[in-house]
Design a protein around this ligand. Sequence first.
Ligand code: C2E
Ligand code: MG
Ligand code: MG
Ligand code: MG
Length: 280
Amino acid sequence: KSARSDDKSYAVFDLELGAKLAHEQKLVNDLKLALVSEEFELYFQPQLSLQSQKVIGAEVLIRWFRDGNWVSPAEFIPLAESAGLIVELGDWILRTACEKAQHLISHGFNDLVVAVNISPVQFARPDFLNNVTEVLEITGLPAQNLELEITEGVIIYNEVETLETLKALKDLGVKLAIDDFGTGYSSLSYLKKFNIDKLKIDQSFVGHIASDSADKSIVKAIIELGRNLQLTLIAEGVEELEQLTVLQDMGCDEIQGYYFSRPLAEQDFIQFMQNYHVKP
Ligand code: C2E
Ligand code: MG
Ligand code: MG
Ligand code: MG
């Protein structure tokens, strides 16, 4: 290879990298502006109890409407984390989610548990516990109506401090769920140390559960583990009746996914709840 062609390939690489960085920089700048002009919206995805056939909760999922397009949180949440914007954004999400949850509860959906995703960066902040306490006070939301979804990443971050924060959150009465369970790299020993309420079986195991025997075995093992530890089990990403049936046969408690409902805007969610007769 000549030095020349090498130079050329580097030039192409640099251009692509440069374009990617420029795109990300633009996104970060727009994120900052979006925080000020409130371009975000919170959607609610209903969670169904397989036993009672009732909606028992909803996961809050952020949406960003930017220049006429929806930007996926899978794209902008990691960027907000690396750009240091997740704390401000996360505070906004938590406060707004609790306000909306309190509104729903005061309209008769008393038992509804609203699940909020918490970034590891947000969780690790020394003022996180205070923020949760304050938000509950300000919004009047009963702690038992709030669930925090954390990932195994939170635990790897700092085990001792995580343990303390989780204990304090439990003392407040807040529920705790492990999101994307089965995809992290942490040891399972945290399950006995931390007072967790729920495991969310990652959708990557659920997608082919009806046809893939390996996925089926993994989910079966997770359900048995959760059952023995007295945890509630919810499967994410259930899209088909066949998947629901397999999960039900395995003894999974709850499901969430397009089969039951897509994430809904607040008004659509309220309507969904009214049609579903979950009001007491
Ligand atoms: P997650 O917390 O695991 O959320 C589940 C994701 O699966 C959501 O994607 C949801 O829309 C999607 N989903 C639900 N049912 C189905 C289904 O049946 N099939 C398929 N294929 N997908 C389904 P979304 O809303 O794009 O969010 C992606 C990720 O972004 C979330 O994964 C979470 O890690 C993060 N995220 C979303 N909202 C927030 C937030 O408010 N705060 C934080 N920190 N992260 C968030
Ligand atoms: Mg989640
Ligand atoms: Mg998940
Ligand atoms: Mg996920």
